[in-house]
Design a protein around this ligand. Sequence first.
Ligand code: ARG
Length: 462
Amino acid sequence: MKLWSGRFSKDVDSEVNDFNSSISFDGRLYKEDIEGSLAHAKMLGDCGIINRNESDKIISALNDLLKDIDAGKINFSVDAEDIHMNIETLLTERIGDSGKRLHTARSRNDQVALDIRLYMRKQTEEIITALRSLISEIIDKAKQTTDYVMPAYTHLQRAQPVTFAHYIMAYTWMLLRDISRFEDCKTRMNFSPLGAGALATTTYSIDREQTAQLLGFDGICENSIDAVSDRDFLIEFAAAASLTAMHLSRFSEEIILWCSSEFGFITLDDAYSTGSSIMPQKKNPDIAELVRGKTGRVYGSLFTLLTMMKGLPLAYNKDMQEDKEAVFNICDTLLMCLKIFTPMLKTMTINKKTLRAAAAKGFINATDCADYLVKKGVPFRDAYKSVGCLVRLCEETGKTLEDLTLEEYKTVSLLFEKDIYDAVNLENCVKERKVSGGPAPEAVLKQIKKAEAELNRKEHEK
Ligand code: ARG
């Protein structure tokens, strides 16, 4: 029999029963549901809304129930519809009428809004922790590769020389911004909807501040209608997660390219690659490809949430039950991706020689060659043209700028002297870019220090 069966003259159709039920996915909220009920029961007792003995009885039975669920001793029932009614039914089976008093001055509408906030607060923390580990790993790799010269690209064409350290540090800053977004989202999430009831609070003199404080919130949701109908914090979370997924996807794309024979910049550890069922020579970057592929799920869930909410009149509507699978999908996907990406990065080998060889091709020191002339007084546009001629000469003769003889240099400008070879030396090209935020080893070391300070500051603020 349903908890709400009093008003109805017959049982619900069995397919409707299944369709309506959310226990298959909201069962994972059992801890938060009990945590919320513990606070609610204590407050009801403290405010004299239920008798102290009953409140104590409820609290101790809820704690026992939590232990039993944790130990896998409880099977939830589809008939009890959702986690809230499952817990209430189980409680009532154990302590009878006292169990039935728990729902005084509460509705499933404020209850579910509470549970999902409590759950997402923890998940957001976990994601932040996983992001921190990934960032530390990138920084570690960067420290080892400040002198690994490589080409950086625009339009996927070799452009200018940088180092591997500088290249991957770009991802550190993206991920640090991601942490800020998740933290920011957590601050707005951290207000208690409990006590809003179905939508208009209650006539009992409950203490919303007390439950908010017991549950570690920064305050209460100030409008009871908003409290039960707001899912902005889930959408913000999904948007932050989408950016993180996009960052991981871009990084994955680089890794996939880098481990191809065409690039050969890195070698993935065997434990983080897979073989082919037919081609014995294959070693595939499946992990990076899956991380890239799973981005679609995260974006999809963001759109599920945005679309679900856009036409809902205030306050609670059952459509909102759909929020859970969407955010759970994001949490599971993102955490899994972060947890596998970090060791994949940790165990990969960076091929210094191949990076250096790629840097030697593609005339990525052409800008430096032009700057050489500029420093001797030639206007940049003219220098640019002269070096263009040199590049054409190189292409015709199969040479690099480093290979050209001084005579060949002098065919385009008499200002070229022997020191041009220092100017186009790739290590020097990198070393000279020592402006803040640049690829020179000394600049990158400063950048790493700043990133570490940022990471520590974030740890401190937690
Ligand atoms: N299972 C529901 C959900 O996830 C809980 C709230 C139900 N409230 C209601 N009035 N039907 O949204």
